[in-house]
Design a protein around this ligand. Sequence first.
Ligand code: TRP
Length: 565
Amino acid sequence: MEPGDGVQCGKAPDTSAGSLNFQHPPPTQKDRRDFSQAVEVVRVVLSDMASVEHLSTSSGAPPAVEQTTGAATAAREQHVDPLNVSGAIDEQGNVLAFDYEALRQKFDTALIDESLRQRFERVTGKKLHRLIRRGHFFSHRDLDKILDCYERGDTFFIYTGRGPSSDSMHLGHAIPFLFTKELQDIFDVPVVIMLTDDEKFQFRGAKEGRDLGEFLDYAYSNAKDIIAMGFDLKKTFIYSDVEFFGGHYMQNVTEFETLLTNNQVRGAMGFDGRYVNILSPEPATSIGMNSYPAKQCVAAFASSYPELFGAPDFCRPRPRSKGNFEKRPRKEIAAIPCLIPCAIDQDPYFRLVRDNCHRMKAPSPKPALIHAKFLTALQGPGGKMSASDPTSAIFMSDTQKQIEKKINKYAFSGGRATKEEHEKYGGNPDVDVAYDYLTYFLEDDEELAQIRESYKAGTLSTGNLKKKCIAELQKFVGGFQERRNEATDDVLDKFMTPRKMEYAGNPHPIKVEEAVVQQNGETTEEKPDRNGKRERKLEKLEQKKREKELEKLALRNRDEKSGES
Ligand code: TRP
């Protein structure tokens, strides 16, 4: 979500359960305008008071944080859900740095620890990506199962998304895609990218009286930005929700919606009635907001896109046509596992899917997740980055000069006030935004360590640290812009056409028998307690059967592929 999506402080009365007040006369157009203006004023005042805004997180927009050392008492706790992300605030009104460990424990996700990192390297045979090495992707669910899957040479796919809320993406938005592209290179598997124009309209556009069409436009221009991150056309499918929904996707949505209650969704999303639709002067949660999550959930089911997984006789279901079509999803396609890279605020959506996916008629396994921290604001502590404030963010469309200017002028520095003091006491890389950005973009670990040490020692000046940061950012953004120029409407069309993905997965899988032994030993899915032994046994058998089918499908895909080339 983007900054400004709702009100941070205070709590409007909860009307999400539907308390309609019939005593009021219906609002006039003017009432509506006045009301939404008033809401906007209150929102701005409140967010100023708190000097924090909620932040786009899934898309990586950074929180305003103050890196405090020592134990500050929080006057307000940090809060993270898909719609609201805010750092804790201390007694003096300072916004504190996120406590990711507390968040991880609260969400009950697993830490990407040293042994998992080592296994990742061992299984993939490739050096860990710097975003994992440096802890920017720090938490996970079932990543180990994805590694098992890759080890066996089984098919899986990667799913991520973006809420298209503005024309040009900024650096924070780009990070998850940078990482996803690397995962695609490492694993050689399909990637599906969901552009949630519907979500942005539901949660934001409706509130601001904007037109749905605007969000579609953003979806297409963001899709070009995403393409420019370097995704491989052969194995990447990008879709706009509004454009793509239908067929098996919608069947999955419809079925999955029957499995979720309003209360479940409300709990996961943190709805409390404070959202406002321009058409309603009452703070409210619309039914659209309640129903959207099912859509983001079923995107994690391979059966939502059977055409990508190469069922050769498959075409999108048109029950009125006489041709080859399959009305309902194939079980073996539904069984293809999914890995979701996302910022940690998106986790609640995927808890909904992990808790309910086994209840689908053609069940999918629980999707695995790999969670990112949020990118720090350009202004660092106390500042806030917003797509609507050009001085607060580095945009992917910024010129080389603009990047230089922004870093020099706005990037919060951990250096000392004077040259003499800096040389005497040294700088603090832990609060320095230029240093922080280098940890995202500078590949060389040794060089980074050297920069860190010399900055701390005071031998590296803030000016020179910024220079290094500017050079790395210019390289990244410059390369991006070259590729962006090549992302024509034609290319966009190709990426957005559902088609069979071409991928090879693990070139050196371990033998199937070994994998089965491992499977029995350690990787069976958790089942809800109420299931009896017999049921578990049956499910195990079913799972095995699905795996066999999957294996066959993977082999068939590979055979076909080698036949084609
Ligand atoms: N809800 C996300 C946003 O607001 C977009 C999104 C959809 C997403 N599916 C996703 C993000 C999967 C990460 C992973 O930006």
